[in-house]
Write a protein that binds this ligand. Structure first.
Ligand code: BGC
Length: 251
């Protein structure tokens, strides 16, 4: 095994924390995934314990990328929309480095998913402005210009007709409000139209577990920008977090 050609990706989602060893050239899993429940509103130590649980079995020499549902700058958590607010201001990368005794980088979860789709998924080699959206607990966004990430875009919090985009059209909202696919697709269309009118992206990629149900809603979406479903589905965050360990600029 060539150690530097692999890294551990950890995706901290609203309900579960998932990890795998990822081959950095192909984006494929070299060692299958682990998963534990996310202590989303729990104390900081509980989250670090859970991250440690999904990493501890893997080769000690491998670096770790953590995809986290927050704005992350220089390894520090800046926001906490769907996790314990105690995370705001915490140096996630440094805390995890200490806990795991491994090299760690931290990146916003949607930015991670976007990296995976840009490098080895649905937006591979696409030039121009690409917007990658994750439709899970919240709505995450990742913007790329000619393949380069413009990090921490946070478009899920954009107001659309007086309501935050992620309160209208996240995957969680569909379940919690018991929306039909038609109703949810109408909400998501409004959000996509707003993003399209502001950014004029050349492509919008939709990601997250809900895209497994794409046949239920894709044809119902109305948006002027071309739409694609992410290729890596629910694994995009894990793959992108691992890929981020190889980026030259620490986040
Ligand atoms: C957070 C983002 C995150 C997204 C998806 C939003 O509520 O503000 O940072 O990317 O949820 O988890």
């Amino acid at each position: 095994m060539n150690q530097s050609s692999q890294a551990i990706g950890v995706d901290v989602g609203g309900s579960s924390i998932k990890s795998a060893v990822v081959d950095l050239r192909s984006g494929e899993f070299a060692v299958a995934r682990r998963s534990v429940t996310t202590p989303a509103q729990g104390p900081i130590d509980a989250m670090l314990d859970a991250i440690s649980d999904v990493v501890s079995d893997f080769d000690r020499r491998l670096n770790v990328g953590i995809a986290f549902p927050s704005v992350i700058r220089a390894g520090i958590v800046e926001t906490a929309a769907n996790i314990n607010k105690a995370w705001i201001g915490q140096p996630l990368a440094a805390l995890a480095h200490k806990r795991l005794d491994r090299e760690v980088i931290a990146i916003n979860d949607a930015d991670a998913a976007g990296l995976a789709e840009i490098k080895c998924g649905a937006a591979r080699d696409v030039k121009g402005l690409v917007l990658v959206l994750t439709l899970g607990t919240g709505i995450g966004s990742a913007l790329f210009l000619d393949g380069h990430l413009i990090g921490n875009s946070e478009l899920g919090h954009l107001q659309v007709d007086g309501q935050e985009a992620e309160q209208r059209a996240s995957g969680r909202v569909r379940v919690e409000k018991n929306l039909s696919w038609d109703q949810w697709a109408a909400q998501l269309s409004r959000v996509l139209q707003e993003y399209q009118a502001l950014l004029w992206p050349d492509l919008i990629v939709l990601c997250g577990g809900i895209t497994d149900d794409a046949p239920q809603f894709l044809d119902k979406l109305v948006c002027r920008a071309p739409l694609r479903i992410g290729k890596l589905r629910a694994d995009a965050g894990i793959v992108g977090a691992a890929l981020a360990t190889a980026s030259t600029r620490p986040r």
